[in-house]
Design a protein around this ligand. Sequence first.
Ligand SMILES: [Zn+2]
Length: 240
Amino acid sequence: MYKKILSILSHDVICIGNTTIHRHERTVRCLSLCMIVVASGLSISIPFFPRVKIDRAKSYTDLENSFYKQDIEQLCSTVVREKPWKYIVIHHSATAKGNAARFDHYHRKEKKWEYGLAYHFVIGNGSFSGDGEIEVGERWKKQIHGAHTANIDCNRVAIGICLVGDFEHDGAPTENQIDALVRLMQYLSRKYTIASSDILQHKQVHQKCTACPGKNFPFAEVKTRLLQIASKRNSHSREL
Ligand SMILES: [Zn+2]
């Protein structure tokens, strides 16, 4: 393209230099020459302009990744006085799909529980909330007891976390769910000084026979990851 422009330019320059050309024609050629110079300048410089940023709708991957950036401290902040939580109990929803709003509706309407959603936190699997998205229940915001085990004493002092999914009959938690759970429990256990031995699966709370959170829930892996994070932190603080 540039070769073509150069040939036109050289032709016009020669013609303009030719005094035999009529004055009007010379003016027209001058104008066309100017236009060619401006146009070619633009075509050369356009690629160097910064690209205009177009806000596209976020892809699902972006949304998924954003859940890793959920600020756990902010999520867990409450406007009321915090309870002295002593345990964390992990559950599965025993349903393939769900989210906090759906479970809240079920617990309120079907179970007739005044405070609705039995858990303090729900971690989505990508069905009705994001894969790995942590939802905060009203019970946490108001710092009131859970309704997630049949042991009332346990419910008073145990933070209930539910992962959406049926890990007894239908697969295992997603990686994003486990990541979110570890991050959440790491924060809560540190804040309320909850020992690793006081992080329990629902089936370990002996009141009612349950498989929750299911045989496919990788409890040992979750505990190991929590301990690894804690030991890293301890060694880092020793170095300081
Ligand atoms: Zn449970």
